[in-house]
Design a protein around this ligand. Structure first.
Ligand code: AMP
Length: 225
């Protein structure tokens, strides 16, 4: 049976880094809503054009664009299993996802939550870098374990030597604050979605994201079957 996981954690908590490791354990698809949007923007699609302004401001892309996009992607990964990162980000998205999973007969096996203080998350966001070849290649200028390497006087991806860039919304303090306001909102935001799914039947794995990358990985892997 395919394994399905929901990954939660504020922007900057290391969710992408840990998600890439967990995805390899199960050979499942890693579905990142933010990365799907960035691909659309890069490719100049209609969806990308609509989403761009919201992303640059750190606002949520409207549900009528986001929800069908993510649900269609999930449906394609039914056989292989998936780790979903970046969705749901609100209570409304959580309810839509729950309903769609039930209709599709997809079970949710784990809720993975990386807990991290808002100030630490903010500091971490600004130092992360995106690899042009693979967004699963983690690079961060402040962490020895995933520090980019220098080549011809330039910092390049430590995994593949690819070109690195910083996301514009990671360098904009207003956009970071907005994203965190949404994440830590327990009424209708992402924490409301976390609590919604925590109350369900999936196994909850909640880890302290302030620890080293290796320690967080070990804490997660110890809980997975
Ligand atoms: P991320 O890469 O997860 O930080 O996402 C980058 C941006 O994409 C977010 O700040 C939102 O503008 C947009 N986005 C990603 N996931 C969602 C979602 N589930 N709902 C609405 N907007 C999203």
């Amino acid at each position: 049976m395919a394994v399905n996981i929901l990954a939660f954690g504020p922007n900057g908590s290391g969710k992408g880094t840990q998600g890439a490791i967990v995805k390899d354990k199960y050979n499942m698809d890693h579905i990142e809503s933010g990365a799907i949007f960035r691909e659309h923007i890069k490719g100049g699609t209609e969806l990308g054009k609509k989403a761009k302004e919201f992303i640059e401001r750190g606002d949520l892309v409207p549900d009528e664009i986001t929800i069908p996009m993510v649900l269609e992607t999930l449906a394609k990964s039914k056989e292989k299993g998936w780790l979903l990162d970046g969705f749901p980000r609100s209570l409304a998205q959580a309810e839509a996802l729950d309903k769609a999973l039930k209709e599709a007969g997809m079970a949710l096996n784990y809720i993975m939550e990386i807990v991290l203080d808002r100030e630490i998350a903010k500091e971490r966001i600004m130092g992360r870098r995106l690899c042009a070849n693979d967004n699963n290649h983690p690079n961060h200028i402040a962490f020895d374990a995933i520090k980019p390497v220098e080549k011809d006087g330039k910092l390049v991806c430590r995994v593949c030597g690819g070109e690195l860039s910083a996301r514009a919304d990671d360098q904009d303090v207003d956009a970071i604050n907005k994203r965190h306001d949404i994440y830590y909102d327990t009424k209708t935001g992402t924490m409301a979605a976390v609590n919604y799914f925590k109350a369900g039947s999936a196994k909850v794995i909640s880890v302290d994201g302030s620890k080293s990358i290796k320690e967080v990985t070990n804490a997660i892997l110890a809980e997975l079957d």
